[in-house]
Design a protein around this ligand. Structure first.
Ligand code: ADP
Length: 719
């Protein structure tokens, strides 16, 4: 069971993903209900916990409608009366939500702390459908009565819940999605009820989680206002007299949306309900909102200005700090497995930043707080960490953090990260702060998704370019190899045919010449096959080195002597530092590199008079070079000539023999030694091919202190 993959997000980024996920969930639920064990594709952890609770409570999974908590209008009135404060506070918020979600196919629901529905407003058609399952005022939607459902489960586990289709435990409401947030008493923190939005499962949208959480917070704030004593020490009159019950009967199931709308619209702004204070502070609040909207627009612009993910994250942190008037703020993303990645922090002062950041990531990872954001998309609001139950006070206080706001970054597939907004003093985060922060977070999530898409696109473009290059190389390979194989084979065949030509009269000299030709072409073939094999080993990273401690001057002397022997009349100048330390290399491979470079110098410079081999060393590297006075290499081709089969245009035109493999093999050998190879122009004309090998310290001898020397007029420090 332990190695099973739990997914914390639903795949709901498009209509087809939603359909696919809904189908998958059906199978998962059926498996859970029929076998009772953990399904092969387990549901999200919070759903599994809820299903298990339902099973323990013996909820009937075949329920087709929820039980009614009350059957008479009078009883419903009593229920509503008992939740008078909640209903009064929820009224303007629900009105706002109703406007916001108008014609979207959602209904807006208020329940009490027992999961009993107090109000259902919104689309009349949707409400009529929902009435068939008793999703009506008076319906009991607690987990114990109706199984897993957003508002019942939010009451049971105390957090924001969003559900899709078959995540609901009972059969009757498998085609719905609902999102609910608990509403807590502003003073005691106890759950007073829930705010919920419900609609057809195809309407599921991840952003609703944090949005409904913010709306629930708004209800809490309204309650706080209502509970504020008047000057006479009593609660405000508007709360004392408020009641919904007078205009609503048990026939409320059939009451129309328009009636609700009308009633709710007048909500918080009923003339006569505003206090003098409210009226006085109204212009101030409006001014502040306009100012915030302007700041928000500017921040959104700045955040979207770059498609570089790191720059975007830093801008998000900076703009959050600016908008919420903080000393510092951070942005953090989750990786694919849902783990938190590093914080990107912006601070007014660097001192603050390092103190604040020290060990904070590890601390956040340890606690439930991050999983709340990741799995539920729930904003975390901590006014005072001394009274927080989800984060430890001491380690945060040490970092100068006393209150904290964590805002989920929600994209199409759910929470992709969060914004962290700390304050160094106890602070009451207002709904305006949270809404402002969430709006910025929504812009930020879009900017991050754009930056990620851009990166993917770029990688894709690079990938396509790499594939094209590989294709070009392959064509070059086929052309080069078939040409290089064909020309010696043609020459061999011609010589053999001449030898076999019985009619032809051949002198012994001609005979000898033909045989020499066959031997020469055969060794050319042999060499090509060797090169191809070396290349294959280098490509496959299996070039084995047979290292030994060697004296470089001796190796150079041997190689040069053989080279001069083969190319009679050719002299290679040597300029080797006197104290070259022992080298721990594969001598055969190193000689092969030297040989290739010498052959190229001879072949392309077409004069061997000025070929020079030099060797020097620095504290870390042995530096070897082969210089010639040939035509040099154009600057823009100096890297390309190390690619397989790459030959300069001019040499292809003049038909200089070559396969374009020598330098690629040299590079492979040097790199296998941990070194590097490159080519430079010589100021006096010609090119110099240089390679550097790391120095190893032999136990019996070792390099002395760094000695500044000159190699081909270049200080070794510049190498
Ligand atoms: P090739 O078998 O063609 O010599 P290399 O990989 O050794 O293959 O060299 C690649 C290309 O680099 C050559 O075809 C030539 O165009 C260029 N080149 C190599 N060495 C030199 C040099 N010393 N001077 C000028 N051009 C050179």
């Amino acid at each position: 069971m332990t190695n099973q993959q739990y997914s914390v997000h639903l795949s709901i980024a498009s209509s087809s993903e939603i359909e696919h996920t809904a189908l998958q969930l059906k199978t998962t639920r059926e498996e859970f209900l029929t076998t009772g064990i953990l399904p092969q594709h387990p549901p999200r952890p919070m759903i599994l916990e809820s299903w298990r609770r339902c099973r323990t409570m013996q909820v009937n999974p075949s329920l087709r409608y929820a039980p009614l908590a009350v059957t008479h209008e009078v009883q419903l009135s009593h229920l509503r009366e008992a939740s008078q404060l909640l209903m009064r506070a929820a009224r303007p918020v629900m009105s706002h939500l109703s406007d916001f979600l108008a014609d979207s196919g959602y209904v807006i629901v208020l329940s009490d702390a027992d999961g009993c529905l107090l109000e259902v407003i919104g689309d009349a058609g949707v409400r009529r459908n929902l009435a068939r399952i008793d999703f009506v005022p008076g319906g009991d939607w607690s987990e114990a009565a109706a199984g897993t459902n957003a508002l019942g489960t939010a009451i049971a586990d105390g957090h924001v819940v969003q559900l899709l289709g078959a995540e609901h435990y009972c059969s009757g409401w498998q085609d719905l999605t609902c999102t609910a947030a608990p509403i807590r008493h502003p003073l005691s923190g106890e759950i007073m009820g829930t705010l919920d939005v419900t609609g057809n499962y195809r309407l599921i949208r991840p952003f609703l989680s944090s949005f409904i959480a913010a709306m629930a917070l708004q209800v809490q704030q309204e309650m706080r206002e209502l509970l504020r004593p008047t000057r006479k020490g009593k609660f405000q009159a508007k709360f004392q007299t408020a009641s919904f019950s007078s205009s609503r009967g048990t026939s409320s199931r059939a009451s129309t949306m328009n009636a609700d709308r009308k009633r709710y619209r007048t909500g918080g702004n009923v003339p006569g309900t505003s206090t003098g204070d409210d009226l006085r502070s109204f212009p101030r609040k409006q001014k502040k909102r306009v100012h915030n909207a302007e700041l928000l627009a500017a921040a959104a612009g700045a955040i979207s200005a770059s498609l570089d993910i790191d720059v975007t994250l830093e801008k998000i942190a900076e703009k959050t700090a600016h908008l919420l008037r903080l000393e510092t703020a951070s942005a953090c993303l989750f990786d694919e497995s849902g783990e938190m990645m590093s914080l990107h922090t912006w601070s007014k002062q660097d001192g603050w930043r390092s103190k604040f950041l020290h060990g904070l990531e590890a601390l956040l990872r340890q606690y439930k707080v991050v999983s709340l954001i990741r799995e539920r998309g729930e904003p975390v609001i901590i006014d005072d960490i001394l009274t927080s139950v989800i984060l430890p006070a001491a380690p945060l206080e040490q970092r100068g953090i006393r209150s904290l706001l964590l805002l989920p970054l929600i994209a199409a597939r759910g929470a992709i990260g969060f914004i962290l907004a700390p304050k160094c003093t106890h602070y009451h985060w207002t709904v305006d702060d949270v809404l402002l922060g969430l709006t910025l977070a929504a812009h930020a999530a879009t900017a991050i998704e754009n930056a990620r898409l851009f990166t993917t696109l770029e990688q894709h473009t690079h990938h396509v370019e790499a594939l094209r290059e590989a294709d070009r190389l392959k064509s070059r390979f086929v052309t080069a190899v078939s040409h290089d194989l064909q020309s010696p084979l043609t020459a061999i065949r011609a010589s053999v045919e001449s030898l076999l030509d019985q009619d032809g009269v051949q002198s012994a000299q001609m005979h000898e010449h033909l045989l020499q030709n066959i031997a020469g072409q055969a060794s050319r073939l042999d060499r090509l096959v060797d090169e191809l094999l070396d290349l294959a080993r280098i490509e496959a990273d299996v070039l084995l080195l047979d290292r030994d401690w060697i004296e470089l001057p001796a190796l150079i002397a041997d190689t040069v002597a053989q080279f001069e022997e083969l190319h009679r009349g050719c002299r290679v100048e040597r300029d080797l530092a006197a104290d070259l330390p022992l080298q721990y290399v594969d001598p055969v491979r190193l000689a092969q590199v030297l040989w290739n470079l010498l052959e190229n110098a001879l072949k392309y410079a077409s004069s061997c008079t000025s070929i020079k081999v030099e060797a020097r060393w620095t504290r870390n590297e042995m530096l070897i070079g082969v210089a010639d006075r040939g035509p040099g290499i154009p600057a823009d081709e100096r890297e390309k000539i190390f690619q397989h089969f790459y030959r300069l245009e001019r040499d292809q035109r003049t038909h200089t023999q070559g396969s374009g493999l020598g330098l690629a093999i040299c590079q492979g050998i040097v790199q296998a030694h941990g070194g590097r190879i490159w080519v430079e122009d010589q100021p006096e004309g010609g090119s110099v091919f240089r390679f550097a090998l790391p120095l190893y310290t032999a136990s019996f001898t070792g390099p002395g202190p760094l000695e500044k020397t000159e190699l081909f007029g270049v200080s070794t420090e510049e190498w």
